[in-house]
Ligand binder design. Structure first.
Ligand SMILES: *[C@@H]1O[C@H](CO)[C@@H](O)[C@H](O)[C@H]1NC(C)=O
Ligand SMILES: *[C@@H]1O[C@H](CO)[C@@H](O)[C@H](O)[C@H]1NC(C)=O
Ligand SMILES: *[C@@H]1O[C@H](CO)[C@@H](O)[C@H](O)[C@H]1NC(C)=O
Ligand SMILES: [Zn+2]
Length: 264
């Protein structure tokens, strides 16, 4: 009997701690400049292997980086010191307005590897367990994946956040024009979180988020794929990759309890 209970506890813990491989988030950043070429990334968004509470970020405690710290390692096979500086600059920008720290990996089990064997900019969402990736195609700094804002965008995915336009409240604020979307990218516009898995922190829909696609993202025909419902909101607000929006900062700070424990 005791043995059974012990095995059961072990199994439960195992399930709880097992690495959860969520889908990597591909990006729209390259569409205007380069053909988007798929890596060997599973694109099926319709079913995530585990359903856990999420915000636009995930609520599951294991998926949040512990100690407000994200260990990382950069595979220098692909990058120059300018690339490294740009990656670290993006980290400093996020650290500056939140309580997060990005630290070089030493012994940590869970960490992010930056690698360049891709033609895209891609990140996994939240902590997945073990090694996980941010893939940034090595380009001239300040272009494509190496724009500062593009790296920040990927880092915010890594902290646990999804694209704004797949939030469950999106249909109140935007309309998706499916007929204009490149058929191979339609999955990127599907809402696959359920409303009880998401919390917008009462901040409403954030058109200015660094995680919001621009209005013609993945267009097959040059026409908009995302239109704003409120005529007072300018569509070109969407898709900025300059800095975190006020909402981005507030969401990260809430998700990581930045204001609860100021000195930790
Ligand atoms: C938590 O993070 C801080 C700052 O990065 C670090 O100094 C400290 O050693 C970490 N603590 C643990 C338990 O990992
Ligand atoms: C760095 O990337 C190269 C090329 O993909 C790969 O062969 C190598 O194993 C990577 N290094 C580590 C330590 O993962
Ligand atoms: C950090 O934030 C302050 C205040 O918001 C700002 O003046 C400064 O330029 C920021 N520094 C960096 C490196 O982002
Ligand atoms: Zn993205």
């Amino acid at each position: 009997m005791l043995k059974t209970i012990l095995v059961l506890i072990f199994v439960l813990c195992g399930v709880y701690l097992a690495p959860v491989n969520f889908k990597e988030m591909g990006d729209e950043n390259l569409i205007s400049d380069v053909d988007v070429i798929e890596d060997s990334i599973k694109e099926d968004l319709s079913e995530s292997p585990t359903r856990v509470k999420r915000f636009n970020a995930k609520k599951h405690p294991y998926l949040r980086w512990p100690n407000k710290t994200v260990p990382y390692w950069i595979n220098m096979t692909f990058y120059t010191s300018e690339h490294v500086q740009q990656i670290e600059k993006a980290m400093r920008e996020i650290e500056n307005v939140t309580c997060l720290k990005f630290v070089g990996r030493t012994y940590q089990h869970d960490y992010v590897t930056f690698t360049g064997n891709t033609k895209r900019c891609v990140s996994q969402v939240g902590r997945n367990g073990g090694q996980q990736y941010i893939r940034l195609m090595p380009t001239t700094v300040e272009t494509n994946c190496f724009r500062l804002g593009s790296i920040m965008h990927e880092l915010v995915h890594t902290l646990g956040f999804y694209h704004t336009h797949i939030g469950t409240n999106r249909d109140d604020h935007i309309k998706i024009l499916w007929e204009n979307i490149d058929p191979s990218r339609q999955n990127d516009f599907k809402v696959f979180l359920k409303s009880d898995e998401v919390d917008d922190f009462g901040l409403g829909y954030d058109f200015d988020s660094i995680l919001q696609y621009h209005s013609k993202a993945f267009s097959a025909n040059g026409k908009p794929t995302i239109v704003v419902k409120d005529p007072n909101i300018k569509p070109n607000r969407m898709g900025q990759r300059k800095s975190l929006s006020r909402g981005d900062v507030l969401r990260i700070r809430k998700f990581y309890d930045c204001d609860d424990e100021p000195n930790i």
